[in-house]
Design a protein around this ligand. Structure first.
Ligand code: BJW
Length: 236
C-alpha cells in the first residue's frame, strides 16, 4: 500500500458511527432489537402499517440529529483535504455524520433519515420533524404517500449509476464498519477488486466477505482509520 492512489472509494456502514454512540443493526443490542425487521424495514410493512413505520423513524430522528461525528469521520475529511486524489464516500448509513464532519462527495445509497420522499410524485424534501400518514406532500398535495427516504429491503438503492462508475474505476477500495451481509453493497468489494483496486477492510471482527480484501485492519475505526489516513498522507 505504498503507491499514490488516484481514485479512492470509502464504503461505510453502521460501525463507523458506533463510536458516536449510535447502535449498529446486527449487534446484540442492535437497532432492531425491539422490532422485527419485516415490520419496520420493508416496503410491504410500510403499506400495511405506515404509522408504525413512521413512529420507528420519528423516534430515531432526534438521536441522529444530536449525534456528533467521531475520529473516523474526521479522518476522512483530513484525507479529502490533504491527499491528492478523487475520494468518494459511499455510505449505507442514514445518519448525517459524514456531512457534519465535513466530508464531501457523499453518496447515501440507503437514503437519509432527514429526507422524506413522496411515493406519488417522487418529490424529496428535508426535515428533522415527525412525519405521519396524514401529512400531505408539499409538491403534489396528496396525503398518505410520504415515506422516510430510507431504502427498505426490496427497494432499489440510490445513486447506483454513479456508484457503479466509481467502483469500477477506483484503485483503492476501503470498507469501514460494515458486516457485508446486505446486498448490493456487500458485493462492492468484488466489483472494485475485479476492476484492479487494492482493498482494505476496517472492522472489529472478521466479516463474511473478508476473503475479498487484501488487508484487514482490526479494531475500532475511530483509532485505526486516523492511523491509516496519516500513513497514506505521509507516503504521498
Ligand atoms: C465496527 C465498530 C467500530 C462496530 N469500528 N467496526 C443478493 C443476494 C442476496 C440477497 C439480495 C441480493 N440482492 C438483493 C438482495 C436482497 C436484500 C439483501 O441484501 N438481503 C440480505 C440481508 C440477504 N437487499 C435489498 O433488498 C436491497 N435492495 C436491492 O437489492 O434492490 C434490488 C433487488 C431487490 C430484491 C431482490 C433482488 C434485487 C436493499 C437493501 C436496503 C438495506 N436497508 C437497511 C436499512 C433499513 C431501514 C433502517 O434504517 O432501519 O440498511 S438494512 C440495514 O443493513 C441498513 C444498513 O445500511 C445495512 C447494512 O448494515 P451495516 O451497516 O453493515 O451494519 P451491521 O450492524 O450489519 O454491521 C456493523 C459492522 O460494524 C459489524 O461488522 C461490526 O463488527 C462493525 N463495527 N463497531 C469498526 N467501532
Amino acid at each position: 500500500m505504498n503507491k499514490q492512489y488516484k481514485n479512492i472509494v470509502i464504503l461505510t456502514g453502521a460501525g463507523i458511527s458506533a463510536e458516536s454512540g449510535l447502535a449498529t443493526f446486527r449487534s446484540a443490542d442492535g437497532l432492531w432489537n425491539n422490532h422485527k425487521v419485516e415490520d419496520v424495514a420493508t416496503i410491504e410493512a410500510f403499506w400495511r402499517n405506515p404509522d408504525y413505520v413512521h413512529q420507528f423513524y420519528n423516534e430515531m430522528r432526534p438521536e441522529l440529529f444530536a449525534a456528533k461525528p467521531n475520529a473516523a469521520h474526521l479522518a476522512i475529511t483530513k484525507l479529502q483535504k490533504e491527499y491528492s486524489a478523487n475520494i468518494s464516500v459511499v455510505t449505507q448509513n442514514v445518519d448525517t455524520l459524514h456531512e457534519k464532519a465535513g466530508n464531501t462527495n457523499i453518496y447515501h445509497i440507503h437514503g437519509q433519515i432527514n429526507q422524506i420522499v413522496c411515493l406519488n410524485c417522487g418529490h424529496v424534501f428535508e426535515t428533522w420533524s415527525d412525519v405521519s400518514s396524514e401529512d400531505k406532500c408539499e409538491q403534489c398535495g396528496i396525503a398518505g404517500m410520504l415515506k422516510p427516504n430510507i431504502v427498505f429491503f426490496g427497494e432499489n438503492l440510490l445513486y447506483m449509476d454513479q456508484v457503479d462508475r466509481l467502483l469500477s474505476s477506483c484503485d483503492l477500495f476501503v470498507s469501514v464498519g460494515t458486516s457485508g451481509v446486505v446486498y448490493p453493497a456487500a458485493g462492492f468489494v468484488q466489483v472494485a477488486k475485479f476492476g484492479g483496486a487494492e482493498t482494505v477492510e476496517f472492522n472489529l471482527e472478521t466479516t463474511s466477505n473478508n476473503y475479498m480484501f487484501d488487508r484487514h485492519i482490526t479494531g475500532p475505526a475511530g483509532t485505526t482509520l486516523p492511523q491509516f489516513v496519516d500513513e497514506l498522507i505521509e507516503k504521498s
